[in-house]
Design a binder for this molecule. Structure first.
Ligand SMILES: Nc1nc2c(ncn2[C@@H]2O[C@H](COP(=O)(O)OP(=O)(O)OP(=O)(O)O)[C@@H](O)[C@H]2O)c(=O)[nH]1
Ligand SMILES: [Mg+2]
Length: 459
């Protein structure tokens, strides 16, 4: 008997709080602490309740009424975990919920580990590991886009796509295996390696397309780590404030105002930006400012999106050229020509030659801010032509798929170099192995543990 139980709703006060129990004997356990109210039918506890049914009653433990609650029953296999599941919907106070949970634990259930309900769902074939990852994505989604991608993956589109690629690869590997078995001399004559090479290149193309979605998937799901950089006084803090719509950063006309990193999150269209306003970059004698500048430089390296700010009212300076050099190294860069409300003295040609996306704004009047947000959203979605084609959203998915692709590359190279069929097959086996890990069909305990350890208890 291994029944698990946990409070599945957030720890805090709420209208309703749910204690969830899963496992073969979960109805038997809950039956010991739950007394349904008698209505017209006779009261026979909850053990014979059909799936998808509910009863109102009292939770009683050691002769004491703990709460009035509704018990919801899900029968195996038609439940989240695939096992018998009982949800006790109580009043949403942590004290009451803990007492109800203790009562359930007292009758033989054990406290669920983080993500253990979902882990059981995977073990019982209710969902793939990729779908399980997307459950976490749905819970953590902070924007409409993030929720949409997670939901699409939960529906199984990405899993299906990868399973399809896996099937194609299995087919090719089997073909080579047969050729080895029936060949007398292991030569290249009894199998069409040109065709196999072509098929592998096609599979590689599909994998590459999926891998390319990760940058966008990550930005949409975790928010875009964005750094605002520029020389002092160009209006970085003003831009930060204009974007978040509040006076978070201090603004003055004294160059060198911002000394430390100021952070804020904003919803940009329906993408989340994790914004960092930094100290203006210039040669400085001042130790505090210099430390601030050093921090700015470090943040620039980590950023997914750089907003490089220039002052339209001033001519290009040596410091601006330094900023351009730094910005060019970024993964995604938007050059922002600020102070468009003033007379322009800046020739933007050098900037336009170096940075593809250039946006004119006035942080003071909000001119161009809506357009800037639109440009940011376009960058976030750049590598996703259709979210329904599958989007990678976790690092594990990216790294595993990349390994799979690298092994296909080895196989293609093997064919081109006329390696022996068993060597080529070995590369394909390794590639398949990665795909199996990705879908969870052949995944190590350590990787599974890691995935579920990041879940909350009760999910
Ligand atoms: N006219 C005009 N002034 C602006 C605009 N944006 C910022 N300023 C002014 O420029 C000065 C500097 O703005 P900040 O936002 O503090 O500039 P910063 O780049 O953060 O400066 P440091 O923190 O010192 O590096 C302030 O006086 C702002 O009011 C703008 O769009 N138009
Ligand atoms: Mg500032």
């Amino acid at each position: 008997m291994d029944e698990i139980a946990a409070i599945s709703t957030p720890r805090g006060m709420g209208g309703i709080g749910i204690v969830r129990v899963s496992g073969e004997d979960s109805l038997k356990i809950v039956d010991k602490i739950f007394v349904p109210y008698k209505f017209k039918e006779k009261n026979d506890g909850i053990q014979n309740m059909p799936g998808y049914s509910a009863k109102l009653g009292k939770v009683v433990f050691n002769g004491e009424v703990l709460d009035e609650a509704i018990v919801l029953v899900f029968r195996s296999p038609k439940s989240y975990t695939g096992e018998n599941v009982v949800e006790i919907s109580c009043h949403g106070g942590l004290f009451v919920l803990n007492r109800v949970l203790d009562a359930v634990l007292n009758f033989g259930a054990r406290l669920a580990l983080p993500g253990e309900f979902t882990r059981r769902a995977v073990l019982n074939g209710k969902m793939s590991i990729i779908q399980a990852e997307s459950v976490k994505g749905i819970i953590e989604a902070k924007s409409k886009s993030a929720a949409r991608l997670a939901l699409l993956n939960k529906e199984g589109l990405l899993s299906e796509k990868i399973l399809n690629i896996k099937d194609q690869l299995t087919h090719i590997t089997a073909e080579i295996a047969v050729s080895i078995d029936y060949s007398d001399d292991d030569d290249f004559n009894n199998i069409d390696y040109l065709k196999i090479r072509e098929d592998l290149l096609k599979i590689k193309g599909c994998l590459k397309k999926l891998l390319d979605t990760y940058g966008s998937g990550k930005m949409i799901c975790s928010g875009i780590d964005t750094v605002i950089l520029g020389k002092p006084n160009v209006g970085k803090s003003s831009l930060m404030n204009a974007l978040i719509g509040s006076d978070k950063s201090i603004i003055t006309d004294i160059p060198g105002t911002t000394r430390d990193i100021v952070e804020g999150s904003i919803s940009c269209g329906d993408v989340i930006l994790n914004l960092k306003d930094t100290a203006g970059i210039r040669e400085s004698e001042n130790i505090i400012e210099r430390l601030g500048i050093e921090k700015s430089l470090n943040k620039i390296k980590e950023a997914e999106l750089l907003l490089a700010v220039f002052d339209l009212s001033m001519e290009m300076s040596k410091e601006d050229l330094e900023i351009l050099k730094l910005a060019k190294k970024g993964k995604n860069v938007i050059a922002i020509l600020n102070k468009a409300d003033l007379k322009s003295n800046l020739d933007p040609d050098t900037i336009k030659k170096n940075i593809k996306k250039v946006v004119c704004i006035s942080a003071k009047t909000d001119f161009g801010i809506a357009g800037l947000k639109k440009t940011i959203k376009e960058i976030a979605y750049r590598n996703i032509s259709d979210p329904e084609d599958g989007v990678l959203t976790t690092k594990r998915q990216f790294v595993t798929l990349k390994k799979s692709l690298d092994y296909i590359d080895d196989a293609v190279q093997g064919i081109e170099e006329k390696q022996t069929p068993d060597l080529i097959m070995h590369s394909l086996d390794l590639s398949l192995n990665e795909l199996l890990q990705l879908t969870g069909e052949k995944i190590s305990q350590a990787v599974t543990d890691k995935i579920f350890s990041e879940f909350c208890v009760g999910k």
